[in-house]
Write a protein that binds this ligand. Structure first.
Ligand SMILES: Nc1ncnc2c1ncn2[C@@H]1O[C@H](COP(=O)(O)OP(=O)(O)OP(=O)(O)O)[C@@H](O)[C@H]1O
Length: 221
């Protein structure tokens, strides 16, 4: 079976000779195409460290990460930024939208930054799926938190990345909006066969995922 992401024996240690924090300890995981995975664990268990390594924002001290079969731990910074642009979608707790651009402009920004032109039909289809078709001309300040996060999800989906990494995507939302956002992520994974990995504190949010992984002190249990 081929996997979108294959993580083998990765370790990450922070600190110096006196104080060492083993954030990840020889962790191995695989992620399949179209699978929506939730990663849960207590504060400090290593969730964000893993997501940063999968997102090529940090390198592990040992082990390897294969994205579409390519070891992303050994690539140059230039190649990594290309991979981030084309193969990885990011969703953050604070939405990270540009306030001076409309929802539509925010959504298509990664395509434009890559020097390409968007297919308007595909963008409209994604916006429709996420229930934000009517928000296209609005600025982030004119949208609710839920609408802003759905815009951020559309932005991640529109490049059809190999994987979407979502770090506490519901952290700033009330219960109703949080449920809706995660339900839509689950729907998008199915509809677009999109691999999504979500880190969350919230066990209830994790229930929407196809698979829940628990991390404890840098190890998956
Ligand atoms: N840059 C860093 N320098 C030193 N220690 C770090 C650094 N980043 C993370 N750590 C430590 O590594 C461990 C794992 O941190 P990480 O941020 O991955 O946990 P987390 O599960 O995402 O926590 P939270 O849910 O609070 O965000 C923690 O003990 C943390 O203090």
């Amino acid at each position: 079976m081929s996997y979108v992401l294959q993580v083998s024996d990765i370790s990450k240690t922070y600190g110096n000779d006196k104080i060492k924090v083993h954030a990840l300890k020889k962790s191995s995981l695989t992620f399949s195409q179209g699978e929506f995975t939730a990663i849960i664990g207590k504060s400090g268990s290593g969730k964000s460290t893993l997501l940063r390594i999968l997102g090529t924002l940090e390198r592990p001290d040992a082990g390897e990460v294969l994205l579409d079969g390519e070891n992303i731990c050994r690539l140059s910074d230039k190649k990594l930024s290309e991979i981030r642009r084309r193969k990885i979608g990011f969703i953050y707790q604070d939405y990270s939208l540009f306030p001076e651009y409309t929802a539509y402009e925010n959504i298509v920004m990664p395509i434009h930054l890559d020097g390409r032109t968007e297919n308007k039909h595909i963008i409209k289809d994604i916006m429709n799926t996420l229930g934000i078709l009517s928000c296209g001309d609005r600025f982030p300040a004119e949208m609710s938190g839920g609408e802003q996060q759905r815009t951020a999800i559309a932005r991640a989906l529109c490049i059809s990345p190999s994987v979407i990494l979502a770090d506490e995507p519901t952290g700033n939302l009330d219960a109703e909006n949080a449920n809706e956002v995660v339900m839509l992520m689950s729907k998008a994974a199915r509809l677009y066969n999109q691999t999504i990995i979500m880190v969350t504190h919230d066990r209830q949010m994790a229930d929407y995922a196809d698979r829940v992984l628990k991390i404890c002190d840098g190890m998956f249990v």
